[in-house]
Structure formats: C-alpha cells, structure tokens
Design a protein around this ligand. Structure first.
Ligand code: FAD
Length: 531
C-alpha cells in the first residue's frame, strides 16, 4: 500500500507531519524555509518507505492522545503531539532518526503499559511510542525460548513490549520460567528493565535487570549501552528485545506469613532469612517480602487475599492492641522431587525465628497462581472503581543501618499518628551483591538495604493529602540523616537528580551525552528536560 503512494503525496504527508510537530512542539518556531526540502531531508533521501509507513502509523485522535497522556498514577497529564503505533522495529528506528536529524528535534517516550505513576512515559508535545502495538506484529517471535538443556542453560528472547505474564505463560509451556519477577505481572519487559524490576525474589536472584544476557536497543547513537539502559529510566534508548535468564519452573509453592509486634525482631528475622541466598542453595527461600498491618481496612489488601476469614478477628485485635503489626511473607517453591522435603526445609528455616506464637499462616498453591497473585486484587479494585483512581505511590530504598530510625520516624511518628495510610505498605530487605553497579539503577551503599513501598488505594479526592504525607516522609528522612533513595524516582530539580544518582551522576550524564545527545528520549522522567 505504502509503495503505491506517488512521491508528491508522500512528501505532503511528511511536510504535514513536520509542520504538525513544529507547531505543537513549543520549541522556537521554524520558519517555513527551515522545513526540510525533499532534497535536504535525510529521512526522505534514505528511508522514504519506512518514513511513509511512520506517517500512516502516527495517530493524534482523541483515544490515542488520551491514553498517551495518562498513566496509572492518574495525577500527571502531558499531551503529546502524536502517538506512534509501530508495526516494526524499523518504525521506531525511523522515528528516532527523524527526530535526531530534524533541525527542531522533538522528544520521544516509549510507553509500555503506562504503569508509571508520575508521567514518566509521557512526552509533552513530542511523540509517544505505544510499544504494545508491536506485540501484534512479531509474527510469532515476540517470545522465543531457547537453551542448551545438556548444560542447563536456558533463556527467552522477548520483545520490550511484552508483558511479564505473557513471558511467564510462554516459558511455562517449556517447563521453564524467569527467576526474578515483579509482584504484578501486567508490566512490560522494557518498562521494568528501565527501572529494576523488584520483588520478593530479589534478595536471592537479584532484580530483573540482573537477569538479562543481552538486549537490542534503539538509540540515537552507538549500540554499546547495555549497562546504561538497565535501570536507565528510558534515557538512552528503546529496548526492543531482551534475552532473559530462565530456569526450570517449579510446580507449587508453600506460601507462609508470620506476624510480629516488634520491628527490630521482625527485621532481624528478615535479615537472617535473606542471608541464605545462593542461587543454587537448596535450603534458601525463593521469595521474601514483608508488610505492615494497620488500622485501615481488613488484614487483607488488594495485592492478595491470604488470611483465613476465621482468623481475621484475632488479627484485627492484635493490630488494635499494637497499632502496627509487621508481617513477614515467604515462599518456598517445590515440585515432585522436593514434595517430601519442602515442609522439613521450611521447619528448619523457621527454627530460631521469633514471630508471635500462634500467628503463622500457610497456603499451598500452584506456582502460576502464586506469581500472579496480585491480579485478583486488581480485579477486586476494578470492580470497586478503585483501580483508575490517583496513585500517589512512594517507593524507597532505605539502608539497613537506618531502618530502625525509619520505623520510629516514619512508620510510628507519621504513618501511625496520621492514620491516613491506606492500601499496602511493603517492607523487605535485599542484598546489594545481587545488583550490578555498572547498571544505571541507584541503590543505597550498604550490603543490605530495605525497600519500602507505600502503595495507596484511595478515591479521587484524597491524593493531595497523601502526597503531602509523602513529602513529609522524605523531609523527615532528610532531617534525620536517613539517606533514602527513591525507587521509580520522581524529582523536580536537577539538584535532586544529582543527589539521587550520587557517585553515578557523572556517568549518567556522560552516557546521556553519548547515547542521546539531543535529549530526545523519555522526557517524562524530567531529568534533563525538567522545565
Ligand atoms: P511505562 O510506565 O510505560 O514506562 C516506564 C518508563 O520506562 C518510562 O520512562 C518509559 O519511557 C520507559 N520505557 C517503557 N518501555 C520502554 C522500552 N521498551 N525501552 C526503554 N524505555 C522504556 N515495580 C517493581 O519493580 N516491582 C513491582 O512489584 C511492581 N509492582 C507494580 C504494581 C502495579 C500495580 C504498578 C502500577 C506498578 C508496579 N511496579 C512495580 C512499577 C513498575 O515496574 C514501573 O512503573 C514500570 O515502569 C511499569 O512498566 P510499564 O511497562 O507500565 O512502563
């Protein structure tokens, strides 16, 4: 179809596209004699067919713009000039090249599932690339599983636009699975690799970025940017393929929660459990998280239903008595070979733990149900109209040496006293040696650090109150000298970004200058385009 367009039509479309972008970019306006003539325009000269394709794949209709200017956070809305619905990797390549070579470069943001909460996947007046559009054009090669069974080495080549749930389902067909997940699986591979991808498996297997063998990345320049891109907040290129480490998948999971009323005992036990973390270490846990149980709501939260209904009242009594109850959540995978030993292994692991006697709870579920446990929570919230509300979420990494101060200053003095925190509050430790410092992701400089996630569920009118609390939490940490790092960071000034990256800032800047010198990519992070 594209090839049959007469050249003049093609050129008109191209000009229309350029003038549309120019008129909406908000950059210094180009005078018409600056518009590339068909002889000056490098895209026209070199890639006219692909470019013609791009024009037919750019949308600026209401639905496309609405989607691209919203995200899960529902608090930031940035209107792009256009949305690219790519049907090939070439389309993305062409767009980036076109923006780069244009005398008025425009910004470009890859949008995976748009599950950011602060507009990170948006591009005001630029072009948003709807990565999910690629999914239907992979000709069956969106997720391919390979390996050398004799060496026990397996991997999956997956498109950056693929959802982790689809990666999981496709690899399970081969009896394999990725080793490191996020709690929620309806996120894209490109989106989580641009951050880190953390969950209860991280203490042992590292974040998702530590489980990638290679990637194809489209960038303005240079292809040697593997480490830059991992945790790189979309700043250096668009991930179109990642080779993900796989291992044989277990069949079932023993899933256990135990309750504590003393924070120092809770963290001591968590730290003891994550000290067993060798990938091949048979007696180690496969997953460890932790959460707070507080006044608002039932002991259940949207992320999972777990506690037997018959135990709710005694758990609520405990929460009422102590204000905050701390809950360790662990999982041990098993299959036919380990069916008879898994309980014994857990028993040994739990010896010496100091949870409140009588307050341990266990479930035995399939591996897929365990990994996909958050989806039922999503369905519940959807049905209550609480999924598409604002999400002023705050995710932090806190060094182990300050976690006790964090409990006093934040959990006790702010969260408990104000009693406005709703939804999930996660608290669990991970090991620094499972991360790779060459990557762009930023973590505290201690061997063990905690992730804290305030994952609020609120109505439409409450987010500003919660946001104020978030600010107070950050300010209180700063005042007390607790050096927290934001995960899924959101800062307003260059100074804040410098502080966030610390020792890595120089490298991050140099990489930006090297791979995206015109600062085209992922403007919604507001690192280099923070006006
Ligand atoms: P988007 O929001 O679409 O994009 C995020 C950033 O990545 C943007 O800057 C975007 O430009 C860039 N980007 C997107 N695709 C690409 C690509 N292919 N190449 C380069 N850059 C790209 N995170 C965890 O680590 N663990 C969790 O357990 C977890 N649970 C979550 C649960 C829910 C319900 C939600 C809403 C979020 C959760 N997150 C979790 C956060 C999530 O990992 C990040 O928000 C992630 O960025 C979302 O992926 P996405 O596909 O929606 O990315």
């Amino acid at each position: 179809m594209v090839e049959t367009f007469p050249i003049t039509t093609y050129f008109m479309l191209l000009l229309l596209f350029i003038s549309f972008l120019v008129s909406t970019l908000g950059k210094p306006k180009l005078s018409t004699n600056c518009l590339p003539s068909k002889f000056q325009n490098p895209v026209y000269q070199n890639r006219k067919l692909q470019n013609l394709d791009i024009i037919s794949k750019l949308r600026d209709d209401h639905d496309a713009i609405k989607l691209a200017s919203s995200d899960y956070g529902n608090m930031v809305h940035e209107i792009p000039a256009s949305v690219l619905y790519p049907t090939s990797i070439n389309d993305i390549e062409t767009l980036i090249k076109f923006a780069h070579n244009n005398s008025a470069p425009f910004t470009i943001a890859a949008r995976g599932q748009g599950h950011s909460v602060r507009g990170q996947a948006m591009a005001r007046n630029g072009v948003v690339v709807n990565m999910r559009s690629l999914k239907n054009h992979r000709n069956g090669f969106g997720i391919t599983v390979s390996g050398t069974p004799s060496m026990g080495f397996f991997y999956a080549d997956v498109g950056g636009e693929q959802l982790w749930i689809d990666v999981l389902n496709a690899t399970l067909e081969h009896g394999l699975a990725p080793v490191s997940f996020t709690d929620y699986l309806y996120l894209t591979v490109g989106g989580t690799l641009s951050n880190a991808g953390i969950s209860g498996q991280t203490f042992r297997y590292g974040p998702q970025i530590s489980n990638v063998y290679e990637m194809d990345v489209i960038t303005e320049k240079n292809r040697k940017l593997f480490y830059a891109v991992l945790g790189g907040l979309g700043q250096f290129g668009i991930i179109v393929r990642a080779r993900i480490a796989l291992e044989p998948a277990p069949k079932r999971v023993k899933w256990v929660r135990m309750l504590y009323n003393d924070f120092s005992v809770f963290t001591k036990d968590q730290e003891s459990l994550i000290s067993l973390n060798g990938r091949k270490q048979k007696n180690a846990l496969n997953y460890l998280e932790g959460l707070l149980l507080m006044d608002k709501g039932t002991p259940e939260n949207w992320r999972s239903t777990f506690f037997p209904l018959s135990d709710h009242s005694r758990i609520i009594s405990l929460v009422t008595k102590y204000g905050i109850i701390y809950c360790i959540e662990v999982a041990k995978y098993y299959d036919d070979h380990t069916l008879n030993s898994v309980d014994k292994e857990l028993q040994v692991l739990f010896e010496g733990l100091s949870f409140i006697p009588g307050f341990t709870f266990e479930k035995d579920i399939s591996y897929i149900d365990f990994l996909n446990r958050v989806q039922s929570g999503e369905q519940k919230l959807q049905s209550q109209g609480l999924w598409d509300t604002p999400h002023p979420w705050l995710n932090l990494f806190v060094p182990k040496s300050h976690i006790s101060d964090f409990n006093s200053i934040v959990f006790k003095d702010i969260v408990l006293k104000r009693n406005i925190t709703t939804g999930v509050v996660l608290v669990y430790p991970m090991n620094r040696n499972k991360w790779d410092d060459r990557m762009s992701a930023v973590i505290p400089d201690e061997d063990v650090f905690y992730t804290i996630g305030f994952l609020h569920t609120i109505g439409f009118n409450d987010w500003e109150t919660i946001d104020l609390q978030n600010k107070d939490i950050l300010q209180s940490c700063y005042n007390a000298g607790i050096e927290v790092k934001q995960y899924l960071p959101n800062y307003k000034t260059m100074e804040d970004w410098k502080n966030h990256f610390g020792m890595k800032w120089r490298t991050f800047q140099e990489r930006k200058a090297q791979f995206d010198p015109k600062m085209i990519l992922s403007p919604g992070q507001r690192i280099f385009n923070n006006n």
